[in-house]
Design a protein around this ligand. Structure first.
Ligand code: 2NL
Length: 336
């Protein structure tokens, strides 16, 4: 009798455990069979009423049933664990996932490289406001009142007096107002010009300007410093030349050219068949600029230089349209 019961419970439990697919159902199974008031416990109770001669054999069968059901429960429990954590059990045989890693924008890479070369030569870095006054942007820099750059056509004016700086030179004026010589700084930053966008000009771009003021600073120091910079930045074997030029804030003024690194001077599209690339403007600080900041032009001399970063980056990487830097096309930007 009891033996048949044991057999029945065993078959029932085996059928039931096979249909268990979730932890809640498994718990119901445990309570139904293995808990203190479950079916196995009830069979042990019934064992007490069995004839004494049968007890050892039936007791053994019952113990076997209990450990068999315990095992079924534990097996099922183990098989359900991954489901409990979601289906995504890590497959260690899958290939690794490639991470897309961003890079610095080519214009900022160029800016960083230029600044670090000048820092290695002993220059400091100065920054200043992008909204400036007419005085800091033009007046203190020896621009005459009727200079064309002061025209609305060329400069973004916010009010009569406030404007978006057209170069980083106002930062130099602010530095010289605050510090007496020696002064040796570069000013990287964003500048604004009211110009139509084209392959060669943007209305917002970056500039690095440099300034060195002390007693007895000469043009040959300017030349030596800029040649050292160009060799580090463009390559050690370049040839260079300085051409006379004009800026309101320097006298004398010059522009520096290097031999075209695409055609080595033979003439190509990059250098417009001239063999030369213009890389920067420079000169000796005009005495009128020194007077504006309260430096004695009889006592001090200085040099200054400036270059557009987008233009520099375009030269460096052989890019023929400055607008490409700001189209935000990842296919273009990912090349740098
Ligand atoms: C260019 C040329 C230049 C300067 C910038 C400067 C600043 C002060 C005094 C004198 Cl406060 N000069 N800056 C001088 C010569 C050239 O820039 O082509 N820039 C894009």
């Amino acid at each position: 009798m009891l033996e048949a019961e044991i057999q029945k419970v065993r078959q029932q439990a085996e059928a039931e455990i096979a249909s268990v697919t979730d932890p809640q159902h498994l718990e119901e199974f445990r309570i139904s069979y293995l808990a203190r008031k479950g079916q196995v416990a009830a069979l042990f109770d019934a064992l007490r009423a069995a004839p004494p001669s049968e007890k050892p054999r039936l007791g053994k069968l019952l113990n076997e049933l209990r450990s068999h059901l315990q095992m079924l429960f534990e097996e099922k429990s183990a098989s359900l664990v991954p489901k409990q954590q979601g289906t995504a059990r890590t497959d260690l045989t899958l290939p690794g996932r490639k991470h897309f890693r961003g890079t610095k924008h080519p214009v900022i890479q160029t800016l960083d490289e230029i600044t670090s070369i000048f820092i290695s030569m002993g220059f400091g870095i100065a920054e200043g406001p992008e909204i400036e006054t007419d005085y800091y942007n033009f007046g203190a820099l020896n621009f005459p009142p009727d200079h064309p750059a002061r025209d609305m056509q060329d400069t973004f004016f916010l009010t009569e007096q406030a404007l978006l700086r057209t170069h980083t030179s106002p930062v130099q004026i602010r530095v010289m107002e605050k510090h007496s010589p020696p002064v040796r700084v570069i000013m990287p930053g964003k500048v604004y010009r009211n110009e139509a966008l084209s392959a060669r000009s943007l209305c917002v771009f970056h500039q690095v300007e440099g300034l060195y003021v002390d007693k007895d600073v000469t043009f040959s120091e300017l030349r030596g410093t800029l040649v050292a910079f160009a060799k580090q930045f463009y390559g050690p074997n370049l040839k260079y030349r300085f051409r006379p030029s004009f800026f309101p804030f320097t006298e004398p003024s010059a522009e520096m050219d290097i031999t075209c690194f695409i055609c080595s001077g033979a003439g190509c599209r990059m250098c417009k068949q001239t063999g030369w690339l213009e890389i920067l403007g420079c000169g000796m600080v005009d005495p009128n600029v020194f007077k504006a900041v309260g430096y004695d032009p009889e006592k001090y001399t200085g040099y200054a230089f400036g270059m557009g970063i987008e233009r520099t980056a375009a030269l460096r990487y052989g890019v023929d349209d400055l607008r490409l830097f700001y189209d935000n096309d990842v296919r273009f930007l990912a090349q740098f």
